[in-house]
Design a protein around this ligand. Sequence first.
Ligand SMILES: Cc1cc2nc3c(=O)[nH]c(=O)nc-3n(C[C@H](O)[C@H](O)[C@H](O)COP(=O)(O)OP(=O)(O)OC[C@H]3O[C@@H](n4cnc5c(N)ncnc54)[C@H](O)[C@@H]3O)c2cc1C
Length: 506
Amino acid sequence: MALSAQAYRELAAIVGERYISSKQHILAGNRVRTPEIPFDYHSADAILLPGSTEEVAAIVKVCNKYGICFVPFISGTLPDAYANRAGTVLIHLKRMNRILEINEEDRYAVVEPGVRHVQLYPEVRKRGLSYTAASVGPGGSVLANFTSTSGDHHTQYGSSRSNRYLLAVEMVTPEGEIIRTGSLQGGCGWFCPDGPGPSLRSIIKGYFGSHGQLGIITKAAVALDACKGPAEIRTEGVSPHHRVYFDSDLSRVYVFNYDNIQNVCQAMLALGEAEVCSTVQKYFYLPLTLLMSDSANDFWKKWTSGYKEAMSMPLVVHIAAQSVREREYEEKILFDVVRETGGKRLPEELENWWTEHMDYFMVVSRLQSVLRLGGGWMPIKLGADSVQHICDVGESIGEYIYEFTETGKIFDAPENYQIIPMEYGHFAHIELLFMWDRTNPAAMKGVAEFRARSREEDLRRHFHAEDVGCLNPTLLQLGPLYSNCHIWMQKIKESFDPNNVANPML
Ligand SMILES: Cc1cc2nc3c(=O)[nH]c(=O)nc-3n(C[C@H](O)[C@H](O)[C@H](O)COP(=O)(O)OP(=O)(O)OC[C@H]3O[C@@H](n4cnc5c(N)ncnc54)[C@H](O)[C@@H]3O)c2cc1C
């Protein structure tokens, strides 16, 4: 369905002709572009680039008037950031890209949606502050991650995930009303998400974010932490072959390999109980080998010459202490725990890679090099529960993944999942990343089978292994595992969005 001429005129009058387009080549450039996404995606009917909250609200009102669906987006790294049906417009928020405030005393930053990690992170870092930056990389929107998408990241063991750091926001409801939450509504500034004033934290973000289904966030305040590790960093070389160092006696990285996930679990719980170390995570060995490689050929050489075995289940630990005495204390506990749980320190040449790539522990630009292999890749599960529960999920993968790895349907890396504890082990997140040969047309069938099998196995075991985010077909399947949250989500969606125009997926 193309937009009616009248609807187009009304939308153009809001943003100006310069900031709206329905040209086919522009729309085609704003479709889901990852070939492995196994859904049918449409071109939008138009794309708009508003410059203010008032313009966003006016666009939303026109959409409601004509029954046009709308999808807000910034970097578009998620498939949910695109039109999934005819009769949809895209609202690209990249023009709204100002850092409005960095409050060093009360430790928060106020940003518009178009602010990327590459903009905000250096600004706060040079003030000795930091925040929970998702591994999406420097180009991702800070606001989208804190308000609307998942929010897990590699350093959440000693801190937490983005939902815990969201403060007051300004948003446009699915019907076009502008509202302000928490302390902002009471005229007290941005510092508090809950009051005085209305708290809509669970509506805006909940745990995983509602992917634009319950409104468009136009400004958000996010809490900042003190830097873990030195604020000063040293870089050498040119990207992607750059090195990033923390030259400090307060920072150390250690990596241990395990052969049993239950022992990793015990190590995570013991370290968390002692509240030592800044980052603790079981990382996945396939991306790790890719991170350590300079090319696809280099990857194959390393993978087949021992890296796979040497790093089959790596536990990555970063200590970022306030004093040398504290670092030594944490090291002592760490080595005791590793000895008791059967970990083996990685050979020096592998462990040293980390001290040369400390950007991994900040904005993870380093992570993007995992894509250089050029194959198809997909992260699944992405849920969270207790450390023990999530390690049991990890263990169960070995009961069905071999049917897929040994038949060549997916890449032969059966242990390729990461587990990241958060808040010193009060919770943990899992991501199972799998890759496949995308030059093989038959591979997509295997991919679909593997995704379905993973979900079936989790449902059968009552595992809280998958993320339950917005209202979509996956939520309908998983809802019964989570107190029928899909029914509540449907009711909330109907009351906030009676015309079902805000990024509908059902
Ligand atoms: C290589 C890679 C690694 C990743 N690693 C992580 C990770 O470690 N942790 C993590 O949490 N995520 C990760 N992601 C997922 C995702 O990219 C991020 O969550 C990121 O925050 C999305 O930012 P974006 O600017 O691309 O948002 P977009 O893709 O543009 O939008 C994402 C969703 O949010 C909605 N949305 C965007 N802006 C708004 C707004 N202002 N108001 C309401 N809804 C809005 C969109 O409609 C869409 O549904 C990763 C993605 C990739 C490709």
